[in-house]
Design a protein around this ligand. Sequence first.
Ligand SMILES: *Cc1c(COP(=O)(O)O)cnc(C)c1O
Length: 478
Amino acid sequence: MSHPFEETLNSALRHAKQHLSASHPVAATATLSELRAQICLPLNEESLDPTQVIDDLVRSVDGGLHDSAGPRFFGWVIGGSLPAALAADWLTSVWDQNAALYACAPAAAIVEEACGAWLKQLLRLPSSVSFALVTGCQMAHVTCLLAARHTVLARRHWNVERDGLNGAPAIRILTSSEMHGTIVRAVQMLGLGANSIITLPVDDHGRLRADALEAALATSPDQATIVVLQAGDLNLGAFDDFNSLIPIAKRYNAWVHIDGAFGLWANASPKLRHLLSGAEDADSWSTDGHKWLNVPYDCGYAFVADQEAHRASLTHAASYITYDDAARDQVNWNPEWSRRSRGFATYAALRQLGINGVADLIDRTCDHARALVLGIGSLPGAEVLWVPQINQGLVRFLDPEDPARNDVFTDRILAEILAAGYAFFTGTTWKGQRAMRVSVCNWQTSPADVDRVTASVARTLQAARQIPQTDAIETRVD
Ligand SMILES: *Cc1c(COP(=O)(O)O)cnc(C)c1O
């Protein structure tokens, strides 16, 4: 059998298997100028053989790929891909369904219905909430906050979908100083302006202070307000105290949104779900599939308690009518029109793991994060700043001669760990000091990886402590 795709797809499969089985440096090795020279070719006049294009592509990106889908990548909050999710993602492109409408892609629409139900079950959200499969938590925030904007303005007799924001009642956003940058971007995209965000202080555990929220609400008790809470912040994996904060916000008729990009998955673990106690009383929730669930990129989930608000904020159709026997057209719930059938990969990931497999993934990665932080943090010249309560922790490194240079020394060790090629971590500034973040999200990370990474960091640190500081290596890895 020979058809027009066969040779090219076989070539891609060969490259894929090679990539997944080879051990390569965890951090990309090519420089910016090398990558430009390899990749930015003059566009060819004539067509090329498709297999050659793929072979060339693999060569062109050589040295420019982080092993971010691999087991020793602990930078930012980045997951890998489960085998079933990756394979389903390939088939998504093969099938190339336009998941805008049931009519356009029937199976894709129903797969999303199944995903919505399963996700609500795993994340312990009320079964009545609406959902959308979006590109990531950023667009999940936009989707949820569109519904929030709709509602807080509708309560003030303002129809934002029809009349826009010119002359509308002002909306303020109350959140904590530890919020993620995607909240600011979502607020900008919504036309509310970054200045409408008021950031409030947190306690020693990174949790928004209830007295600060109450005081902020009381300064303008009748204003349209959206409160954004966090389930798992970037540095500490901190969870706001939903049981105390949500009732305060509700007393002032505020909309409560929860950023649970990765932290919402704690609800899938019987051991950790106490962290989310009370979170089910929020109005909307955002999370990701491409981080902790290990679905390939472009996968986030939005959930909204008030289905009608969700739909009204996105649909262009006049009225809200659902029929139980009608399929769900994604265009009424999603910001996009034509879109990838991204439900297939989620469907496959959830079936591969099952309820117990998801819980095990969450618990296991938390154990590894803890072991890495305690192991690295107890090395001579290192210090634990935050022991993970979930899968995020912080350590820093101590200049052997001058404690005033601990920040510089921490950035230097970070750069040297990357250069050593065995593991990947990123830096952060927490409470005014530089730190190395330890973030474990990958299903493949094993206890052996943890041991070897700790030993590798020990070697890097020991060598660095014997060589005096040079300012030449002040490379920041944020
Ligand atoms: C990663 C992250 C986001 C953004 O998610 P994307 O999927 O990258 O859009 C938002 N909030 C938190 C806490 C995150 O960790």
